[in-house]
Design a protein around this ligand. Structure first.
Ligand code: BMA
Length: 310
């Protein structure tokens, strides 16, 4: 039977998977995937990427008391275009929101496709209803995620500048004000076969006494598809461009039908996780760019996995 020989990893899929599918949405849609995730007002909150039946993308908030059963809002978020997005002759296509709580606000980073290619967009919100644009980068960059605190006095983000063929690997950049980004350094993560083509950030890095824990994606081209996997690593607390431990083993691969079949087959992709009080990390991920799923791990097991497999 498919699924009885899954890879061994600290991550375990939730039995209710997939936890949110297009059929479960309160309105007709084509896909619901790549959600940002954060703890908000005593609830688990997902910021869902939803494609309607015209295949236009909008973002909906879903909330939950148990982290598994989510209630989806009726209307999309209100997020006006940034100055640069307004200039584009191609309508901005924003996707993959990652949510960072910082300075009593929530910052989101996302990709935005404009006439010039893929840029990074950043915005802020306090209520998840109205979002205020902060900044849009020049192309070609994406997969940005802001660290949840300043590092050596500066804002810090992971990002993935893109090569001409769409490949690329993660970098770290710093900013005094969230608008001017520099001091950029490559991460130099390992290149096992599951991340040969590209890597990109996943969850908001989690601060641990052993370093920043980051779950990220890596891809490889096969004869038929570009397969997406998840890996985990620890980054230095003061200089996150320095890797402390980055196992060459992946921790999640597309293996089950809901990860292998959909609009983009063989994809597991995360852009958000929520750490629970009992130390269990809820990793929200999408299967085949079509539906939302949940995998869980003890944070301490992920740390041990990094240290023991580096
Ligand atoms: C990446 C992004 C993600 C998507 C993934 C797999 O390039 O566009 O949004 O989940 O491809 O299709």
């Amino acid at each position: 039977m498919i699924g009885d020989k899954l890879i061994r990893s600290p991550l375990t899929r939730h039995l209710s998977n997939p936890i949110l599918t297009p059929e479960m949405m309160p309105f007709a849609c084509y896909t619901v995937f790549n959600a940002g995730a954060v703890w908000f007002n005593g609830k688990y909150l997902l910021l869902l990427r939803v494609e309607n039946l015209r295949r236009e993308t909008e973002f909906y908030v879903a909330t939950s008391r148990d982290g598994v059963n989510f209630e989806v809002s009726d209307s999309p978020i209100n997020y006006p275009l940034s100055e640069l997005e307004q200039l584009s002759s191609v309508k901005a296509h924003r996707f993959d929101m990652r949510i960072t709580p910082l300075d009593a606000k929530f910052y989101v980073c996302h990709a935005t496709y404009l006439q010039w290619g893929s840029s990074i967009g950043m915005a802020e919100t306090t209520d998840f209803v109205n979002f205020k644009p902060i900044y849009t980068s020049m192309p070609a960059n994406r997969n940005a995620v802001l660290f949840p605190e300043k590092i050596r006095g500066l804002y810090c983000r992971l990002e993935r500048p893109q090569d001409i063929d769409g490949s690329g690997r993660m970098w770290v950049s710093y900013s005094p004000d969230l608008r001017y980004w520099g001091d950029s350094m490559p991460l130099c993560e390992p290149t096992p076969n599951w991340s040969l083509r590209k890597t990109g950030s996943g969850i908001v890095p989690i601060k641990t006494e052993h370093g920043w824990l980051e779950i990220y994606h890596g891809t490889v081209m096969t004869a038929s598809t570009e397969n997406y996997h998840l890996g985990v690593m620890l980054l230095d607390l003061k200089h996150p461009e320095k890797i402390i431990a980055a196992p060459k083993e992946m921790i999640l691969a597309a293996e089950l039908p809901y990860e292998c079949m959909g609009q983009v087959p063989n994809v597991v992709f995360t852009s958000g996780a929520i750490l629970q009080e009992n130390g269990v990390l809820n990793v929200y991920y999408a299967g085949a760019d079509t539906r939302m799923c949940l995998a869980q791990a003890n944070l301490s097991d992920l740390i041990d996995f990094c240290i023991n497999n580096a």
